[in-house]
Design a protein. Structure first.
Length: 393
């Protein structure tokens, strides 16, 4: 008598760019009635919808409605034949092929293959002054300080907090917002925030606290164009490191600034669950993966996007690599389940980067070529909307 082996379980943890691509691929396969993968597939996500980060600054500036930048993950799972589990990941025990989640209660889920696309947390370590100013502060003091600073991640929480900022600004004579960060995300946020707050009251002001290395990963021409746009918007730039925020005062290396609210866009560190996992972890809490986006310690675990870091070469944490690396990872998940040959993700030497400047204006970068104008913003809008509206066509 023929014995049928039980289907393997593929668990997708997180609803980042890569898993969105995977769900869309599975959905398209179901429509065409092609058997892409013979496995039971489950997706764990804290929220039934996810915010597309590429359009967040446009929403802040008032160019989009919230539904314009949201992807319905739960509905996408239904179309893809994937079970949606609304829980938060709290632990990965790779030795026993098990994850622990929390929602209304702690739950355990077994898997044969695990894919991690959970993102990462905002790096808030700048709150601790390296010069010793805070050396006598307790852990509870640090937690209190963190509650006064709005982290850009998770986006679902930031959305609520940004709406509160706008409400507070409407009843303020001079609202002063500071954004901490030196990367492209901080730049887009600060210009979007300036546009939004100035639309409420011309006296409102946004300050960028960026340290000495503004946009260090970009070429000089691009940085110069960005600085001119910051100046055009009248944004104050503080080239010092932020160290603390409490009682309405933001401390930097040499200044004490009166600030109504602070937003941190200060890079990423690993999520809290990475501190207790048995997966190999590199750097500041990222899952160590090879060129196939496969865990270096547990071959049935894959990770992509901000949650992961490559051990063989440097790959920046960005949406571009999450999308392209995620496509390769999706192929590799299918190949692994079929015991087939897997692919390597080789990032392109040049990628198109489009940075929005708040008021339907944008700067584009392709290698050493830099362009700017309203047409660049419309190009970005076209690319973003094409990504977000795939499921609506």
């Amino acid at each position: 008598m023929t014995k049928f082996l039980p289907k393997k379980t593929l668990l997708l943890a997180g609803a980042g760019h890569a898993h969105i691509g995977m769900l869309r691929r599975l959905s398209a396969a179901r429509i065409k009635d092609t058997n892409t993968i013979d496995a039971d597939i489950h997706l764990i996500s804290e929220q039934p919808q996810t915010i597309y980060s590429g359009m967040l600054p446009g929403w802040m500036a008032g160019h989009y409605q919230l539904h314009d930048i949201s992807i319905d993950i739960k509905s996408l799972c239904v179309r893809a034949g994937v079970r949606f589990i609304q829980q938060s990941l709290v632990q990965v025990n790779a030795a026993s092929n098990k994850v622990v989640t929390t929602g209304d209660e702690l739950k355990n889920f077994d898997y044969d293959v695990l894919s991690l696309n959970t993102g990462a947390d905002t790096d808030m370590r700048w709150l601790r002054d390296r010069n010793g100013y805070n050396e006598h502060r307790s852990d509870s003091d640090d937690r209190d300080a963190n509650t006064n600073v709005i982290a850009i991640r998770p986006l679902s929480t930031f959305i609520i907090q940004w709406q509160r900022i706008l409400k507070d600004a409407q009843s303020s004579e001079k609202y002063q917002l500071a954004i901490i960060g030196a990367g492209a995300a901080a730049i887009e946020l600060v210009m979007a925030a300036q546009v939004a707050l100035r639309n409420i009251n011309r006296s409102h002001q946004v300050t960028l606290v960026c340290g000495e290395n503004l946009l260090s990963g970009f070429n000089l021409g691009f940085r110069q164009r960005v600085i001119k746009q910051l100046d055009r918007h009248g944004i104050t730039i503080i080239r010092e490191r932020a160290t603390d925020y409490r009682d309405g005062k933001l401390s930097t290396t040499h200044k004490l600034l009166p600030i109504s609210a602070v937003i941190a866009a200060t890079g990423v560190i690993g999520s809290a669950w990475t501190a207790s996992t048995d997966l190999d972890i590199e750097g500041d809490g990222f899952v160590a993966v090879n060129n196939k986006q496969q865990s270096v310690s547990h071959p049935n675990v894959f990770a992509v996007g901000d949650v992961a870091t490559r051990v063989d070469k440097y790959v920046a944490h960005s949406g571009v690599h999450s999308v392209h690396g995620g496509a390769v990872e999706a192929d590799n998940l299918l190949a692994y389940l079929k015991d087939s040959v897997m692919k390597s993700y080789q990032p392109k030497s040049r990628t198109l980067y489009l940075l929005s400047c708040g008021d339907k204006y944008a700067i584009g970068s392709w290698g050493n070529v830099n362009l700017q104008g309203r047409w660049v913003w419309h190009l970005k809008k076209y690319i973003d909307k094409r990504f977000i509206e795939v499921d609506k066509n």
